[in-house]
Design a protein around this ligand. Structure first.
Ligand code: PHE
Length: 437
């Protein structure tokens, strides 16, 4: 046999039945423990089934290779990759100074177990506890969860790496050593075939923190820029077209995060496009105070592993990371970043579903039902039409979604898709109060 096609039964039924059962019980089981449900609960069986997977621990998997390559760039940092995905809303948001009305807190964007507990939406959720444990240089890898659309670059579970470093906030203590290190990093960078473009003036929109010594904040910012530019050079230069003479271009642009200031986004010019690669900045003092390390100053960054792996390996669809197909898995060698060799795809089937929507309809709720019923067979959900119509009780919105189904691993029967579509319609009418047209 040329390749083994993992034939799996429809994966989510078992989990869904269990979940419906729990629905009546008013508790939800997450990683073997029961938690009370409330009106915030929106975690689904298909999401729960992803929690134990830890893709990034599988030797040879592109996410594992990328993780170990990044870890190798930070040899004297503590490396964490085992922190549970279930966090408090305090960890995910409040400890990081997210305002009360930040959109990320909304149940349409995040997965809640109940009003106090959620699946982390980013690795920054662990900053306070890791600093609190006394770590001053660390990297952390984890699965993170966001409710989103369904297409080739969005998946409700993805992986991030967070890195951070602290220094004494006394210029007399850390200033000289930091200045020397920055000189060394700068000369290392200057010897590489790389062009740094820095559009980041520190100004009132992206300020230093009031209580920071400006000279020290400047040294910390420089250290962040040189450290991450060297990391990006290491990652991207090896994947660049060897025949290209052009230097790698990296640009720094101002950004905003509630838990850093100044804050930056870093972009790399790669295969003819500017690509956004990571977010970072100087850690807000409030985070350090929450972690009881208020006499420190430091930087943090967070990056999405799938995003970078898709670019470096030329992986065209984010669902492939979850594939058990040997045509995918056997392509990669541990520690080696190589170009993905596409193999023949099974045909896609599209189905349109139209309905009248109540005012509080949100497409992420619909996408979660699709994900739950179709699993990774759902390739894309696209809103193809919407309009207002005057009906009995005023204006209502009609929406039509086109769902594209395609298995990565086998061909599908029409009957199988029909069955999934019927269940999606049924659940959408019950749970979202839409009226199927
Ligand atoms: N947590 C941010 C995100 O998910 C990234 C980030 C990490 C930004 C650390 C600044 C500092 O987008």
């Amino acid at each position: 046999m040329l390749h083994k096609i993992a034939s799996r039964p429809p994966r989510l039924w078992g989990a869904w039945l269990h979940f419906s059962h729990c629905r009546r019980l008013s508790t939800v089981e997450v990683l073997g423990r029961s938690y009370p449900k409330d009106k915030f609960t929106n975690i689904t069986p298909s999401i729960l089934s992803k929690l134990p997977t830890q893709l990034y621990t599988r030797p040879g998997h592109p996410l594992n290779t990328l993780k170990t390559t990044i870890e190798a760039h930070f040899p004297d940092y503590a490396h964490f990759s085992n922190l549970p995905a279930l966090v408090s809303t305090y960890q995910n948001f409040d400890s990081l100074s997210f305002p009360a009305d930040h959109p990320g807190r909304s149940a349409t964007d995040s997965y809640y177990v109940n009003k106090d507990l959620m699946l982390r939406t980013h690795t920054s959720a662990h900053e306070v506890e890791v600093f609190c444990d006394g770590h001053k240089k660390w990297l952390l890898t984890a699965d993170v969860y966001r409710r989103d659309e369904i297409d080739s670059s969005h998946y409700p579970v993805f992986h991030q790496m967070e890195g951070a470093r602290l220094f004494s906030d006394d210029l007399n203590v850390s200033g000289d050593a930091l200045a020397r290190e920055n000189t060394r990093l700068f000369s290392e960078l200057s010897s590489e075939h790389v062009v740094l473009e820095d559009r980041t003036l520190v100004d009132s929109k992206n300020p230093y923190q009031e209580h920071h010594n400006k000279q020290l904040a400047d040294l910390v910012t420089q250290n962040l820029k040189y450290t991450l530019s060297l990391l990006l050079f290491k990652l991207f230069a090896q994947a660049a077209d060897p025949s290209s003479e052009a230097p790698l271009q990296i640009r720094w642009i101002p950004a905003y995060f509630p838990f850093t200031t100044p804050s930056y986004e870093v972009e790399v010019f790669f295969r003819h496009k500017w690509l956004e690669i990571l977010g970072c900045g100087v850690i807000q003092q409030a985070t350090l105070t929450n972690a009881k390390v208020s006499n420190e100053i430091g930087w943090a960054f967070g990056l999405g592993l799938e995003r970078i792996a898709m670019i470096l390996y030329k992986i065209p669809d984010i669902r492939l990371f979850w594939s058990e197909d040997l045509r995918f898995l056997s392509q990669f060698k541990p520690g080696e970043i190589s170009t993905f060799q596409p193999y023949s795809r099974y045909p896609a089937t599209e189905r349109d579903i139209s309905f009248w929507c109540p005012n509080d309809f949100h497409s992420n709720d619909f996408c979660d039902i699709v994900r739950d019923e179709a699993g990774d067979l759902a390739e894309e959900v696209q809103l193809i039409d919407q309009y207002h119509d005057k009906r009995k009780q005023g204006y209502v919105m009609s929406r039509c979604f086109r769902i594209r189904f395609r298995s990565m691993e086998r061909s599908m029967e029409h009957a199988e898709i029909n069955k999934i579509v019927i269940t999606i319609k049924k659940r959408a009418s019950e749970a979202l109060r839409v009226e199927i047209r």
